[in-house]
Design a protein around this ligand. Structure first.
Ligand SMILES: *[C@@H]1O[C@H](CO)[C@@H](O)[C@H](O)[C@H]1NC(C)=O
Ligand SMILES: *[C@@H]1O[C@H](CO)[C@@H](O)[C@H](O)[C@H]1NC(C)=O
Ligand SMILES: *[C@@H]1O[C@H](CO)[C@@H](O)[C@H](O)[C@H]1NC(C)=O
Ligand SMILES: *[C@@H]1O[C@H](CO)[C@@H](O)[C@H](O)[C@H]1NC(C)=O
Ligand SMILES: *[C@@H]1O[C@H](CO)[C@@H](O)[C@H](O)[C@H]1NC(C)=O
Ligand SMILES: *[C@@H]1O[C@H](CO)[C@@H](O)[C@H](O)[C@H]1NC(C)=O
Ligand SMILES: *[C@@H]1O[C@H](CO)[C@@H](O)[C@H](O)[C@H]1NC(C)=O
Length: 251
């Protein structure tokens, strides 16, 4: 297995970081609409500049841009950071609107931008106009928010995750790699860049999704669990193999 061979090289895992490196093409390939998530090990590393994977946008309904699963949706704050460039890595960080200091720390440490790494914070909407104003001011300074028009709550995280994919296919399809992570995770950026460019390929890859997969995970049913899922929401005893999204799930 390719993954087995690669994992010993992942120095950054030692830092207990990172949800997953998503090379978005894999998840967004049209076949995944069958609903059965599957981990694809048949990836290709590019060996030279490539125009990258072109998502068949024409197959999407025109309403797709404003549809998030079953919600009507729009970007309420949008920063187009990939306009002309093909960044090596686009980092999309799930953040809670009120996590100001976490974002500050990231901007001052591992998130210090560089030409080939772009960093954005993904947030949902808030029900206080004062907080919204504060967020808009923060964005005016840093220009690093993506905000969607759904309430930012724990149970709405799936919408946020799908918003990440939507941003990528509509606004940053040239990024060579995508990292989805949380604002309470520290990313060892030098190790990450080294991994991407030396162990993988500076030109990017296609059909690749890297994470530590969770297999045969039991669905939590107890009301005490933050992750409780009802039988109506999901009837099976265990989940299909999946990529954990946060550090805590990774441990
Ligand atoms: C590959 O693309 C990068 C920027 O995307 C450019 O700087 C570089 O010159 C290109 N290399 C080749 C061999 O075309
Ligand atoms: C979403 O918007 C469309 C067009 O504006 C409207 O017809 C539809 O009823 C809306 N759906 C929901 C769930 O609000
Ligand atoms: C990106 O392109 C859009 C539309 O062409 C433009 O409005 C925007 O200012 C550009 N952003 C940057 C950062 O270049
Ligand atoms: C925001 O911070 C809280 C703790 O202050 C943390 O539990 C939460 O995970 C953070 N939000 C995200 C999206 O990481
Ligand atoms: C605003 O949303 C937060 C959760 O995001 C909730 O705890 C609070 O009760 C809401 N306030 C109002 C006035 O709806
Ligand atoms: C998720 O966001 C939608 C749209 O803003 C909102 O109607 C819904 O109450 C939110 N769900 C939860 C569980 O917060
Ligand atoms: C639930 O389990 C059955 C039998 O193992 C399987 O066929 C089905 O695809 C599973 N459903 C989901 C949503 O994973």
């Amino acid at each position: 297995m390719h993954e087995k061979r690669l994992w010993p090289n992942l120095v950054f895992v030692l830092f207990g970081l990172l949800g997953c490196v998503v090379i978005w093409q894999t998840i967004l390939s049209p076949s995944s609409s069958s609903g059965n998530f599957h981990l694809n090990t048949v990836y290709t590393l590019y060996t030279q500049n490539s125009t990258g994977f072109i998502y068949p946008m024409h197959q999407l309904p025109v309403t797709d841009y404003n549809q998030l699963i079953d919600l009507n949706f729009s970007f309420t704050i949008l920063n187009l950071v990939c306009n002309e460039s093909s960044p090596l890595l686009l980092v999309l960080i799930h953040s809670s609107p009120e996590n100001f200091s976490k974002r500050k720390t990231i901007r001052e440490t591992w998130g210090k931008g560089s030409d080939n790494v772009k960093i954005l914070f993904m947030i949902g909407s808030v029900n206080s106009s004062d907080l919204q104003k504060t967020l808009e001011d923060e964005n005016t300074i840093y220009n690093d928010f993506i905000q969607g028009s759904f309430l930012d709550t724990y149970r709405n995280i799936t919408y946020k995750h799908v918003m990440v994919f939507k941003y990528v296919i509509y606004h940053c399809s040239k990024a060579r790699y995508i990292l989805k992570t949380d604002d309470d995770v520290f990313v060892n950026m030098p190790a990450m860049k080294n991994f991407l460019t030396v162990d993988l390929s500076p030109y990017g890859a296609t059909r690749m999704l890297l994470c530590t997969p969770r297999k045969h995970t039991k669905v939590p049913r107890t009301y005490r669990s933050k992750w409780r899922v009802s039988f109506t929401e999901y009837p099976n005893r265990s989940y299909p193999t999946y990529c954990p999204a946060s550090r805590s799930e990774l441990q």
